[in-house]
Design a protein around this ligand. Structure first.
Ligand code: CP
Length: 305
């Protein structure tokens, strides 16, 4: 049975992912349709967002649905002390689907368990960002012609980066090899290494951003150091600019290499990379809209042809 909410990319098997990516490619050919006419979608963003919220909202608008919600929790009654449970119960009275970003890990799972309407996790703390992974998989397939047997170098904040955590799980169906590049303070958590070990997924860890980690990769996935997750800003200052990709570092990279980034970037990709045809992060973000159209329709049981 297909999942009724999208909370964790691990809840989606290969068949589910294939179904979403197939619909997303149809939306990429034609994103303007009447499929959500008469439906209301709620976007509850307890944390800031540019791409995720706006691509979800554009996705709904292009399908003729309506949007309600908030982009700043300060304008919601959560500031008066209303619980997440009550907020979800209220919003599910009004909307046909809830799209939520929240700082607490597990909040989306909790919301999905109490909500009578589908819930889409638009990011819960450092835990998961499953629609980011769907658009990453779509983009990897688009640029590589396959998801299978690729070498993915993931650079930056592997400790707090929820896009990284979801991506490792999402790619696990396709026999990836991972290069994890992170300073010790931001290294990949043990649970993701155990996850890879249990699935015989090969990974190597690097603390330096070496030519080797770039030149043997099919995908170079850069990430931002997640300032908002640090309790001690002195610790953030120590690692914030630890790796910066410059255009000349791509000189010996594979022909098929693409540089991805979930965005926003701070300084980890120098702007001289932007004009290199291997830079694909803006196209990646654009794909988010098609993938989110596919996810919404899938969860609402709407057929896409
Ligand atoms: N990639 C991503 O989640 O971006 P936003 O924080 O702008 O939504």
């Amino acid at each position: 049975m297909s999942p009724t909410s999208l909370v964790n990319i691990g809840d989606y098997d290969k068949e589910d992912i294939f179904r979403i990516l197939t619909s997303a490619s149809l939306f990429k050919q034609n994103p303007n349709r009447d499929l959500l006419k008469g439906r209301v979608c709620a976007t509850l963003f307890f944390e800031p967002s540019t791409r995720t919220r706006l691509s979800f909202e554009t996705a709904v608008n292009r399908l003729r649905g309506r949007i309600v919600g908030f982009s700043d929790a300060a304008t919601s009654s959560s500031t008066k002390g209303e619980s997440l449970k009550d907020t979800i119960m209220m919003v599910s009275n009004y909307a046909d689907i809830i799209i939520m970003r929240h700082h607490l890990e597990g909040s989306a799972r909790y919301a999905s368990e109490i909500s009578p309407v589908p819930v889409i996790n638009a990011g819960d703390g450092s835990n998961q960002h499953p629609t980011q992974t769907m658009l990453d998989l779509f983009t990897i397939y688009e640029t590589q012609g396959t998801l299978n047997n690729l070498t993915i170098t993931i650079v930056g904040d592997l400790k707090y980066g929820r896009a990284v955590h979801s991506l490792i799980q999402g790619l696990s169906h396709y026999n990836p090899t991972f290069n994890f590049v992170a300073p010790e303070e931001l290294s990949i958590p043990e649970k993701y290494k155990t996850f890879c070990d249990r699935r015989d997924i090969i990974y190597r860890e690097f603390t330096d951003f070496s030519p080797e980690s770039i030149n043997n990769a099919d995908i170079l996935y850069m990430t931002r150091v997640q300032k908002e997750r640090f309790t001690d800003l002195m610790e953030y200052e120590k690692v914030k600019n630890v790796y910066v990709l410059h255009n000349d570092m791509l000189r010996e990279s594979r022909e098929n290499l693409k540089v991805l980034h979930p965005l926003p970037r701070v300084k980890e990709i120098n702007q001289d990379v932007d004009d290199n045809p291997k830079a694909y992060y803006f196209q990646q973000a654009k794909n988010g809209m098609y993938v989110r159209q596919a996810v919404i329709c899938d969860l609402m049981g709407i057929e896409v042809k």
